[in-house]
Design a protein around this ligand. Structure first.
Ligand code: GLN
Length: 465
């Protein structure tokens, strides 16, 4: 049997091709600034499912030989003595890791403007942001440097930039992919995620990095299904017959941009034409997700980032005594948003406020997770929603932190509930891509990807007709 078209396309994208594109798009004042470091000698292996295929990796995943800085001054030049499991698995599959991608500092942000090494530009409109925090990986795929890249997700950092850049981004089930070697932001929410130029390419990347790892106690001993095979039967007849797709009404508020809503309704109509039943459902606590996330994530971050003390990692500021050294290292090393999160997190965990904020947020998080479980138990196989409330905004346009946090309004819920979710392009508004989001029950990636592939196929067929 001949290989599918997407696989031929992936294999044809050689390392030399990656560098040709890189040289054309990356450098200069109008360059994308998508990469923080590169390895021009990377060739990959001659065998393996990704033999010789160039991939890019977000700079918060530990790599041997290339720095791991999390786009922070506090880790400038830091090289890890070990490699993240996800990166190791890509290399074992033969991939050439050509570089580390720019990001919001410590993955805190939704626009990539919080990088200590300058923002990333959106390849589709260089005056606009690529989304964040995995903006460099999204831009690397959207500009054609690579076709598969790794990112990380705590509250939407793969899906939102995928939506802003018009590509596919997957956040797997919490526990599906090892977090060993992923620099911790908020450990109960963090995931390694994958970007792809198509649904199948993202699925292949996920299949390779997924699976239990004895180095991560939170990685699940659950078999990894053949995700790419799940996609092979999507292009004929009514491939989604028998599937129920939930449309959570809270994700389609009256205030949603009508043009984004219209693309979502069109996608839902295509899913019906593919044989699925579309059903309105309710996730009533959705409006609490942003406040809950912005209590839990900073709380965990304030604890995780305590390790950057000038002693164990990276940069150390000169000072006469230990206290002053800590203070100078940390105040000089962290940018404004990271500092804001550490302060916020320390506050919500402090005596007297713990019950009022952190404990209540945990209780509501449980409620949000239960609502997802109930909807899936009622016979709904996957949910469909918009990925983000806007398209890519202009660099510098969103300066209020709270307004920036609202960019994650439709994505943080999946991280709070631990369920898999993904974004794929479903149309454009004024030339800028709109993302549609699918969410599935825990370890339901195969069904989610089957729906995504069928929708992608239907949309391509429509564009070509
Ligand atoms: N934008 C969200 C935040 O700043 C999500 C980031 C992420 O998923 N890493 O926390």
């Amino acid at each position: 049997m001949s290989d599918p078209v997407w696989l031929d396309r992936l294999r044809a994208h050689t390392v030399d091709e990656a560098w040709r594109t890189y040289d054309a798009v990356q450098a200069g004042p109008e360059g994308l600034n998508a990469f923080l470091s590169v390895d021009r000698s990377a060739r990959g292996a001659e065998t393996g499912r990704l033999a010789g295929i160039p991939v890019a990796v977000k700079d918060n995943l530990a790599t041997l030989g290339l720095p791991t800085t999390c786009a922070s001054r506090v880790l400038a030049g830091y090289v890890s003595p070990f490699e993240a499991t996800a990166v190791r698995r890509l290399r074992e599959a033969g991939a050439a890791v050509i570089g580390k991608t720019n990001m919001d500092e410590f993955a805190m942000g939704s626009s990539n403007e919080n990088s200590a090494f300058g923002p990333v530009r959106n390849p589709l409109d260089r005056e606009r942001v690529p989304g964040g925090s995995s903006g460099g990986s999204a831009a690397a795929v959207a500009s054609g440097v690579v076709r598969i890249a790794l990112g990380s997700e705590t509250g939407g950092s793969v899906r939102q930039p995928a939506a802003f850049c018009g590509i596919v981004g997957i956040k797997p089930t919490y526990g599906r992919v090892s977090r060993y070697g992923l620099v911790a932001y908020a450990s109960s929410l963090d995931n390694v995620g994958v970007f792809g130029a198509s649904v199948a390419e993202a699925a292949l990347g996920l299949e390779i990095i997924a699976g239990h790892d004895r180095f991560d106690a939170t990685s699940a001993a659950v078999a990894v299904p053949d995700l790419t095979a799940a996609m092979s039967a999507v292009n004929e007849g009514r491939p989604l017959a028998g599937l129920v797709i939930g449309r959570p009404v809270e994700y389609f508020p009256a205030t949603l941009d009508a043009r984004i809503a219209a693309h979502c309704e069109r996608a839902l109509q295509q899913l019906r034409e593919l044989g699925a039943e579309v059903r309105d459902v309710s996730l009533p606590s959705t409006d609490l997700a942003i406040p809950v996330y912005y209590i839990i994530a900073p709380a965990e971050a304030s604890s995780n980032l305590a390790r950057y003390d000038g002693v164990r990692f990276g940069v150390r500021a000169a000072a006469d005594d230990l206290g002053a050294m800590y203070e100078r290292t940390r105040s000089g090393g962290f940018g404004d948003e990271v500092t804001r999160r550490i302060l916020l997190g320390t506050y919500v965990l402090s005596a007297g406020y713990y019950d009022a904020y952190y404990r209540r947020a945990q209780a509501v998080r449980t409620l949000i997770a239960q609502e997802f479980a109930q909807v899936f138990a009622s016979g709904v196989h996957v949910l469909f929603t918009p990925t983000a409330p806007t398209t890519a905004f202009r660099l510098g346009e969103v300066s209020d932190p709270y307004e920036m946090y609202l960019s994650d309004i439709f994505t943080v819920t999946a991280n709070l509930a631990g369920v898999p979710a993904m974004s794929q392009p479903i149309g454009t508004v004024d030339g800028l891509p709109v993302g549609g989001q699918l969410m599935a029950p825990h370890f339901g990636e195969a069904t989610m990807l089957r729906v995504a592939a069928a929708l992608e196929h239907a949309q391509r067929a429509e564009r070509m007709s």
